[in-house]
Design a protein around this ligand. Structure first.
Ligand SMILES: [Zn+2]
Length: 82
């Protein structure tokens, strides 16, 4: 597994963290808590390993009962002006 040791965005160093990750999937947005990730200490870029990304994908495809739901309001910015 070749995990990056420095951030590809800013060259800062990565630290192992547990994050909340939002995964767009079709028209839906799935949220995962307690996701092991590398987070850049400078720009907060989040990097997920291929294994974690694969696990997220397989959970979405298995459709288990979610822990809970968020309601997300959706707006079209084209309907608004400054
Ligand atoms: Zn960075």
């Amino acid at each position: 597994m070749n995990q990056p040791t420095t951030c590809p965005q800013c060259g800062g160093s990565f630290a192992a963290r547990t994050v909340t990750h939002q995964q767009p999937w079709g028209d839906e947005l799935y949220e995962f808590e307690n996701v092991p990730a590398l987070v850049c200490l400078q720009c907060e870029e989040v990097w997920l390993s291929a294994e974690v990304a694969q696990l997220i994908e397989s959970v979405i495809k298995r459709h288990p009962q979610p822990k809970r739901y968020h309601q997300v309001p959706v707006f079209s910015l084209a309907e608004f002006s400054l």
